[in-house]
Design a protein around this ligand. Structure first.
Ligand code: FES
Length: 126
């Protein structure tokens, strides 16, 4: 095999991710946020918000300084519960898009994570 060539087709990966169960969808009340530590690293690396029947899953890291967003367990929303907030410097993010609409990282986005809800109602992170 010559330089710069690969045995695998482009766009494929040797790494396969097994979906990780975060919770059952019924454990997420509408209008609530919740943090998860799916990889058992000692702190919540994933945040989930359920709003209006929709579920949104993001990496728990602010684009401003890559720090966790919450000031205490599961506290990711503002008082009106209509935006995700970073408690370090007050950045606010749209729940639906993760885009910062106020604060020092204006226009940047939280990293959305792939997930699905299975037929039993389990929320799985891909
Ligand atoms: S670290 Fe989030 S706003 Fe500064």
């Amino acid at each position: 095999m010559g330089p710069g060539r690969s045995a695998r087709p482009r766009g494929t990966s040797l790494i396969r991710h097994t979906p990780v169960t975060l919770c059952h969808i019924d454990e997420l009340p509408d209008g609530q946020s919740c943090g998860f530590d799916p990889h058992h690293c000692g702190q919540d690396s994933v945040l989930v918000v359920r709003r209006g029947g929709q579920v949104h899953v993001y990496r728990n890291a602010c684009p401003h300084h890559d720090t966790p967003l919450a000031w205490r367990k599961d506290a990711y929303l503002n008082a009106a519960r209509d935006r995700i907030i970073c408690f370090a410097h007050g950045a606010q993010f749209e729940i639906e898009t993760g885009r910062c609409v106020l604060g020092p990282c204006l226009g940047q986005c939280l990293a959305a994570l792939p997930f699905f809800v299975d037929e039993e109602g389990k929320l799985l992170l891909l």
